[in-house]
Design a protein around this ligand. Sequence first.
Ligand SMILES: [Zn+2]
Length: 756
Amino acid sequence: MLYIVFPSILIILLFIYRLQKRRVSKEIQSQIRSDKVNRLSSQLHFPAKQNEHSIKIQQIKYNIENACVVNYNTNKDQEFNYKITEKVPFKEFNARLYQYIDSADKLQEILQNLYRYNVLGIDLENHHLNSYNGFLCLIQITTPNYETYLIDCLKLREDVKTYLGAIFESSNTLKVFHGCVNSDIAWLQRDFGFATVNVFDTQEAYKKLFKGQRVSLLHLWQTYCKDRVKITKDQKNQFQQADWSARPLTKEMLDYAAHDSHYLIYIALRLQQNFENQNKLQELDEVCKEVNEKTVNAKYALRQDQFKPDETYKVQFRKIVDGFDPNNEEFLKIEFIFKGIYNLRENIAEQVDKNPDELCDISTLYLLSTKKPLSYIETRKVLDEAGKQTNSIFRQVIENFCIEIQQRLDDFPKNMDAMIQHYKSQPNQGLNSQQERLRLKEERKKKIIKHYSCKKVVYENCKMFSPDGELLSNCDFKKAQWYIERELADQISSDPFTIKLRFEPNGRGQPKPLEELYDDNFYVTDRENKCVNCGSEKDYSRFHVIPTLYRQSFPDELKSHRSHDVVLLCFTCHEKASREQDNLKKQLAEKYNIPLNDHNPNKLINLHIQQINRVASTLKKASFRLPDEKRATLQKNLIELFLEKKEQLLPLIPDDLKGVIETEEINNEFIMFCYNLPPTRLSNKDKQNPHGKILVDKILGEDRMSDFIKLWRTHFIKTMEPKFLPWGWSVDHTIERSFGVFSKFARKEDEQENHK
Ligand SMILES: [Zn+2]
C-alpha cells in the first residue's frame, strides 16, 4: 500500500510546486514587462504629441469606412463614360492662370464653375514627414479652360469635405489623374471619406498604349508638351519631397503645384487621340474600367495595420545588409538587434506622430545594430564618426534605443538556435540583393547545364558480332535494335545487349595493316559515361574534337566514322575546351588568311537590327530617367542606324512611320516599332560560316586532311591533358576505315549522330 501512496503524494507535491513556480515566474515576467514599459515611457522626455494637422486615428477609420460604404452601395456596378468630348488645345502654363483658395467663400464661388465641366484635371500634395499616417495639404484642380484652383486643405479640410465630395463622387465629371490608385484615391478616402469614381489615369493609359512600364508625369510632359514645360527632373524630385504643410507656400511651390494639374486634360486628350488613331478606343475604355474597378475596391491601409513586427523589418534589413551569412553568429545577432530597434522606431514614431524614416533612417538603425552602443555618449560617438545627422526628437529617444539594444543582447543567446533553424528551413531568406543576384546567376547556369548536358547515358556499350562470332564493334541500343527489326541480326544476349549479324560486312577478311587492327580495338572497347578530361560523371555533353565548323564540309567518307573524335566533357571542361578550340581557329584563320568573321550581308543586317532593338529598348524602358542630352543622342543613333543600311532597312518601316526618318521627330510608336523589329530570316546556307568550307577545300586541295585532323586531336590533348580518354584513343587513329564504307552501316550512324 505504502508503495502506491507515497509516490502519489510525491507527484502531487511536485505538481503543486510546479504550479506555484509557474505563477511566480509569470508574475516576474509581467513585472519585467511593465518595468520595460515604464523605462520606455519615463525616458521619453516629452509627452507623445500629434502634429496639429494630423487626422485622429478614429476619424481616419471613420472616413475609410464611409468611403467603403459608398463604394459598396452605389459605385460597385456603375458604368461610366470615359470619353473626353471637350476640345482642349495646348496652352502653355503661366502663373496668372491659377488661384489660391483658402477661404470657404472662395471655395463656394469656384464650385459653380467646377460643376460646369465634364472633365477636370486633378493632383494632390500630401505631407508625410511629420505625421505617422500623413495628410493632404493641397488639392489642385484644372478645368478644360486652364483655370487652376489650388485649394488649401489645411485651412479648409471641413469645407472640402462638405463641398467637393459631390465632384469626386460624381459619375458626370471625369477626373484625370496621373498614377492615382494607391496614392491620390487612397488619400482622399483617408482625409475626407471620398469614394472617388469616374477616373482617367494618364499613367495607366500610357502604359496600355505602349505596352510598356509606368512612366512619370515628367515623361508625359516631355512626350506631349515638348520643351514647353520648364520643370526639370531635379526640381520635380525636390518639390515632391517638400514640406507641403508649411504656410504660406512659396511662389515656387505654388507654381509647381499648379503645373502638376495644368496639362493633365490636354495629355489625356492626346492619349485618347493616340488610341483613336490606332483604332483602339476599346482598349482605352478597358484600361479606364480596370482603374475604376481598383478605385472602387481601394481601401486605405493604415500604417498601424500594415506594420507587422515579425515581417516588416526584414525587407529593410535585406536591402541594407552586406554579405549576410546565416551561419555566422555575429550576423544573426545584428539581425536580432535590428529587428528590436526597427520595431522600437516604429513604436516611437507612432507616439510622436512622425514618419519613422524622419525619426531616423534605416542606415542609422543598421549602424546601431552593428556597433551596439549602450549609452547616450557612445551612441553620439558612433553617429558622429559615421557622419550621421540626427534630429532633436531622435536625440531625446537615444537612451530608449540603448536599452533596447541591451535587452536584445541579453535575449540573443536563447533566440539564436531558433534563428538558425529558421534559415535552415528557408535557405534563401538570408540573402541580400547582391547575393540574390549571384544565386539567380547560379540558377541560370544550372538551367543551361541541364539543357545542354546529356539526358541519358551516351554509351550503352551494346555488342555487335559478325556471323562467325568475331566482336566487330560496340554500338548503342538503338542501332542494335535497327539491325534486329530489319532481320539483319539476331539478339544473342541481353546483358550486355548483344547481336550477331546475319551477313558478312564489307571489307572484312581482307588483310589489314597492323595499326588498323589496333584501331579496331577502339571500337570494341566499352566506353565510360564520364568527362574524359576530369572524370566527372555529372553534366557531361558531347564535345567534337574536330570543330563542327570544319567537319560539316568534310567529304562523306571522313564524316561517317567519327565516334573516335566525339568525347564526353563535363560543363566546365567543355567551356575550357571550346575556348581553346577558338584560339586555334583564329590562328588558322590568320595563317591561311581566311577571316573567321562572317561577312554574309544577311547576318550583318541582323547584327544591325539587334543594335536598333537595343537602343529602342533603352529608350523605351528608361526614357524618363534619361537626361535630356542622353535621350537626344540615343534618338539620333536610332535614325543613323536606319540611314546606314537604308536600302535594306527603310522598306521595313511601315508607311505611317516613314516620316519619322525625315523629320527626325521620334515618337513612341516609332520606338516600339524599332523595339519589336524582328531579324531577317536566315537560310541554312546563310547560317554556315564560309570560313569552314573555304579552309577545308584548301586543305583537301593540298591533300593534307590527315594532318588537319591530327592537328585538332593533338591540340585537344595538349591544351586539355585529358586523363580519362577511352582505351585505344589516339592522335594517329585511322582517318578512313575500310569497315566504314559499308553503306547501310555508315548511313545509319550518320542519321543517328544527327539526331543527337
Ligand atoms: Zn570535366
